[in-house]
Design a binder for this molecule. Structure first.
Ligand SMILES: NC(=O)c1ccc[n+]([C@@H]2O[C@H](COP(=O)([O-])OP(=O)(O)OC[C@H]3O[C@@H](n4cnc5c(N)ncnc54)[C@H](OP(=O)(O)O)[C@@H]3O)[C@@H](O)[C@H]2O)c1
Length: 241
C-alpha cells in the first residue's frame, strides 16, 4: 500500500468541493474527485492535474446504492484503503421552502442527498477507512442548520428553509451518532460549515469564495490523532448545535 494519503471528496466537480480537492491535492495527497456527471468530473480531474494535483475521477451519485457500491469497488481496487472522506455533495431541494406550503418532493430530495447520501457513502467506505492509520470523515454541513442560532433572539440564519436547513440539522445529529459509535476507534468524524460562499447552490450570492469555504474541510481532514470528533466547526471555531 502506498504511503500517500488518499482522499475522496463527493461533489468535487465544482464549488467548494472542487476547492477542497485543490487544497488536498496541494498537500501532495491523491484526491478522488467524486462526481455524478462524467463530463464535469473529467474536466475537474484534468484541471486539477494541470495544476499539479494527483487527482483521479470517482463516478458517484450519493443517492444511488449501485453507484456508491461501484465507487467503493473502484477505491478498493485502486488503493485498497481510504484515509479521508469528505462528504460534500448536497442540494437545497429548491427554494422557496415555507413549511406551510411544503413541496414534499423537495424535502425528500434534500434529505436523500444531504443526509441519507452521507450515511450511504460513509458506510460503503468504512471498511476502506478502517484500513487507514488516521481516518478522517468530514461532513460538510451549514450553520443554517444550527438550532441554537435559528432560535437565538435576533438570530439570522437565512430565509425560512424547510428542506435544506433541517437536512443540515439532521446531518449534524447523524455526525454525533457516528462519533458516539466510533469513539473507541481512530476515526475522527466532524461537521464543518464553510460560511456563505458564492456557488451554484445559492445563485452565487455568497460573500466568501469557494476557496475560503474549503478551508474548514481541509482543517478537519488534516486533524491530528488527538483532534476532536463529533464536533461542528467553522473558521472561527465551534459552531453551536
Ligand atoms: N455555498 C454556501 O454558501 C454553503 C454554505 C454552507 C454550507 N454549504 C455546503 O457546502 C457543500 C458544497 O456546497 P457548494 O456551495 O459548493 O454547492 P454546489 O456548487 O452546488 O456543489 C454541490 C456539489 O454536490 C454535487 N451533488 C449534488 N447532488 C449529488 C448527488 N446526488 N450525487 C453526487 N453529487 C451530487 C453537485 O454535483 P452536480 O454538479 O452534478 O450537480 C456539486 O458537485 C454542501 O454540502 C453545502 O450544503 C455551502
Amino acid at each position: 500500500m502506498s504511503g500517500q494519503t488518499i482522499a475522496l471528496v463527493t461533489g468535487a466537480n465544482k464549488g467548494i468541493g472542487y476547492e477542497i480537492a485543490v487544497g488536498l491535492g496541494a498537500l501532495g495527497w491523491s484526491v478522488g474527485v467524486g462526481a455524478r456527471n462524467d463530463e464535469l468530473r473529467e474536466a475537474a480531474v484534468q484541471k486539477l492535474r494541470a495544476a499539479g494535483a494527483d487527482a483521479f475521477g470517482v463516478p458517484i451519485d450519493v443517492t444511488d446504492d449501485a453507484s456508491v457500491a461501484a465507487a467503493a469497488r473502484l477505491l478498493e481496487e485502486r488503493s485498497g484503503r481510504l484515509d479521508v472522506l469528505v462528504n460534500n455533495a448536497a442540494v437545497t431541494g429548491g427554494m422557496a421552502q415555507t413549511p406551510t406550503t411544503a413541496d414534499l418532493a423537495a424535502v425528500r430530495t434534500a434529505v436523500d442527498t444531504n443526509v441519507i447520501g452521507v450515511i450511504r457513502v460513509t458506510n460503503a467506505l468504512l471498511t476502506l477507512l478502517r484500513r487507514s492509520a488516521s481516518p478522517r470523515i468530514v461532513n460538510m454541513s451549514s450553520s443554517v442548520g444550527s438550532l441554537s442560532r435559528q432560535t437565538a433572539p435576533g438570530g439570522e440564519t437565512g430565509p425560512i428553509s424547510l428542506a435544506y436547513a433541517p437536512s443540515k440539522t439532521f446531518l449534524n445529529a447523524v455526525t454525533v451518532q457516528y462519533a458516539k459509535e466510533l469513539h473507541d476507534t481512530n476515526i475522527l468524524i466532524n461537521a464543518g460549515c464553510p460560511g456563505y460562499c458564492a456557488t451554484d447552490l445559492n445563485g452565487f450570492r455568497g460573500v466568501r469564495t469557494p476557496e475560503q469555504g474549503a478551508a474548514i474541510a481541509i482543517r478537519l481532514a488534516t486533524l491530528p490523532d488527538d483532534g476532536p470528533t463529533g464536533g461542528f466547526f467553522d473558521d472561527e471555531g465551534v459552531v453551536p448545535w
